[in-house]
Structure formats: C-alpha cells, structure tokens
Design a protein around this ligand. Structure first.
Ligand code: AMP
Length: 213
C-alpha cells in the first residue's frame, strides 16, 4: 500500500502514519524528520535549512525532493508519506518521480482538523530529541521531560512555538490545502475527521485499509 497522509500540522499525521506502519507494514516517511535529521547531523543542506525550519516556513521544493527521492528510491514495499507534498508543484514533481519509478499511489488520506484544535495540540507537544517520539496533551510521557521509550530528553520544537504555529497554519491553508482538490480530481482522496481522539481515528483507518487493500 502506498499512501499520503495529508492535513494541517498538529493533526496527528505522524502518529497516524506510525500506526499504519506498525499495522500494515508501509514504511513511514516524514520529510520533516528527514530534514530535521539533516539539521541535527549538520550536513550542508542542514546548515542551509535550520533557520527556515525554526521559523516554520517551507524549505525549497528542490531540497524537499532531494531528501525524499533518496528515500523513495531505496524502498521495496509500501510507504506512508507524512508531510509531503506540501504544494502543487511538489505534487507534480512527485507524480513524475512515481512514473519514473513505476510506482502508483493507492490513497491520499486527508486528516481534516480545525485550527483551534491544532493550536491547542501543537502548544502542548513535546518531542524526544533522540527517537523523535511525540508526546502531547492526551499522550504525556510518564515522567515530565523524559521519553518513555529511550529515556532521552523531550523538548518543545522551535516550530511548535506560538509564532511559528501561526506561520505554519497560514502556509497550510494557502499552499497545502489546494492538494485536496488535486488528489480529489485523481479520485485518490479520502477524508477523515481529525478533531477526534486517536482512539476513534485508528479503528476507522483499519476499516479503510481492509476495504482498499
Ligand atoms: P513537519 O514535521 O512535517 O511539520 O515538517 C517540519 C518542517 O520541515 C516544516 O515546517 C518545513 O519547514 C519542513 N518541511 C517538511 N516537509 C516539507 C516539504 N514537503 N516541503 C517543504 N518543507 C518541508
């Protein structure tokens, strides 16, 4: 199964994608994680994009494509793409890459959430500096500031601070939301309500997969 999870920041795309990975074996690819890794290991790309990521702005399509293509080309089975594409141009470039790699997309899952819900979730979000696990209001770590899985520190990401959240939502509505029509026209889009808790969302996703696979 090859799919894209689309939706505003803070809608649970990462957690939903990891659930799909664990349950259905599609590899989770987060361009946000790939880019943050470039920053963490201080590659030449990382040095260029650190400031952009911290501000909550988008990196160039060229850089996004560069980190993504490396990953997609090394995959054998399915994937669940989280955080890509972010605009129509990336979606077109991605179509070209898929044709070249003889891959066809099965589904685009839109996780639709209200801005108010998103702001509340992002403001309470913490991420492990090591394994990248996300904690939030509804899923706190057992010990404040410490990851349950690996014991490393959890922090508020720079781009989860209030000014950056506002910027990310603005970009989502102006630039990413048009992808809903783009994939709807290709008859690939399926929308779910992301304002609910993950306990309600996961069973719906399982049902969808059973139908599509
Ligand atoms: P995310 O974890 O998906 O919210 O992504 C974090 C940040 O990485 C975004 O705010 C952007 O700065 C950058 N980013 C992630 N994916 C993309 C993409 N497809 N195109 C451009 N920038 C991206």
């Amino acid at each position: 199964m090859k799919l894209i999870v689309l939706g505003p920041p803070g809608t649970g795309k990462g957690t939903i994608s990891r659930f799909i990975e664990a349950k259905f074996g599609c590899e989770h690819i987060s361009t946000g994680d790939l880019l943050r890794n470039e920053v963490a290991i201080k590659t030449s790309i990382g040095k260029k994009i650190r400031y952009i990521l911290n501000k909550g702005k988008l990196v160039s399509n060229e850089i996004a494509m560069q980190v993504l293509s490396k990953k997609i080309c090394s995959l054998k089975d399915g994937f669940v793409l989280d955080g890509f594409p972010r605009n129509i141009e990336q979606a077109r470039l991605f179509d070209e890459l898929l044709i070249k790699q003889k891959i066809s997309l099965d589904l685009v899952l839109e996780v639709d959430s209200d801005d108010k819900v998103v702001i509340e979730r992002l403001s309470s979000r913490r991420q492990c500096v090591n394994c990248k696990r996300i904690y939030g209001h509804h899923v706190p770590s057992k010990k404040v500031g410490v990851c349950d899985d690996c014991g490393s520190k959890t922090i508020i990401r720079e781009d989860d601070k209030p000014k950056a959240i506002k910027q990310r939502l603005k970009i989502y509505h102006e630039t990413t939301k048009p992808l809903v029509d783009f994939y709807s026209n290709k008859k690939l889009l399926l929308k779910i309500n992301g304002n609910r808790t993950l306990e309600k969302i996961f069973p719906q996703i399982e049902k969808i997969f059973k139908k599509v696979v």
